[in-house]
Design a protein around this ligand. Structure first.
Ligand code: KIV
Length: 288
């Protein structure tokens, strides 16, 4: 079978991202957890990939992201990097890989860079995590903050719901964004906050890239969860996700067709197997 080559593409790096912001061009960012999907995202021209700890739910079938380990993250991130060598690759720091101390945070951020060739890491939390961001950045690792709906704190937040609805809650998120920016985060992801709050934070940002996930169009770019985009996560479909293609439906139909064809002996057909020349077959029969 002919091998499809990855099309040559210029490596996306920090200057590429900041240039897009300067030119007013929105940055594209998607989650990804495996080699074949990474290959497709690289081909499609996606700027950034997040190997999210959402893989705990989308790939491993856990109820939340909390059971995901650093080793889980490293294994998936390595596979994604092999499929997408030129995308700006972000490793998502899983639960308890950075909360205990600045040193733990730096060590685990370092694993993403050394073992999985990441370009940056992301971690959840506001001012209380600013010293983790500062330590990681001091270690020479680009860091992204994550505010609003932060799934690792889902219990404290009372569920997967809109954050920053009241003026006071919104002020806290805006203050957190400033604290992360001042700690050295080069970007901040705002997940599920009102569009006007996202717009305000984007306007107030000083050299920090603001990305939106379900937080409206007024950011420097957009992030979506790949499985939500293609109907691949059966448990629920968040409102913020647009379905760009019903891949889950197509795959299910294909699987049902396979079961039917094997059951009815219409698969495999001669083009799906390999014959043996008469001479070799006769010889084999003699040998047996
Ligand atoms: O793990 C993840 O995919 C994330 C997104 C929800 C932003 O952190």
């Amino acid at each position: 079978m002919a091998e499809t080559q990855i099309q040559p593409r210029k490596k996306v790096n920090l200057p590429t991202l900041f240039k897009k912001v300067q030119e007013g061009k929105p940055i594209t960012w998607l989650t990804c957890y495996d080699y074949p999907t990474a290959y497709l995202q690289e081909q499609a021209g996606v700027d950034m990939i997040l190997v999210g700890d959402s893989l705990g739910m989308t790939m491993l079938g856990y109820e939340s992201t909390l059971p995901v380990t650093m080793d889980d993250m490293i294994r998936h991130t390595q596979a994604v990097r092999r499929g997408a060598p030129n995308v700006f690759l972000v490793g998502d720091m899983p639960y308890m890989s950075y909360q205990p101390s600045v040193e733990t945070a730096i060590r685990n951020a370092g694993r993403f860079m050394a073992e999985a060739s990441c370009d940056a890491i992301k971690l959840e939390g506001g001012v209380e995590m600013a010293d983790r961001i500062a330590g990681i950045v001091r270690a020479g690792i680009p860091a992204i903050g994550h505010l609003g709906l932060t799934p690792q704190s889902v219990s404290a937040l009372g569920g997967y719901r809109l954050q920053g609805k009241s003026a006071l809650q919104a002020k806290k998120i805006a203050d957190d964004a400033k604290a992360l920016e001042q700690a050295g985060a080069f970007a901040i992801l705002l997940e599920m906050v009102p569009d006007r709050l996202c717009q305000l934070i984007t306007q107030r940002a000083d050299g920090c890239i603001i990305m939106s996930l379900g937080s409206g169009p007024h950011a420097h770019g957009q992030l979506l969860i790949y499985h939500d985009m293609f109907g691949l996560f059966p448990r629920f479909k968040p409102r913020m996700a647009k379905v760009f293609g019903e891949a889950g439906k197509v795959i299910l139909e294909g699987l049902q067709a396979y079961v039917k064809e094997v059951s009815e002996s219409t698969f495999p057909a001669p083009e799906n197997w390999f014959g043996m020349p008469d001479e070799a077959y006769e010889e084999l029969l003699k040998l047996l």
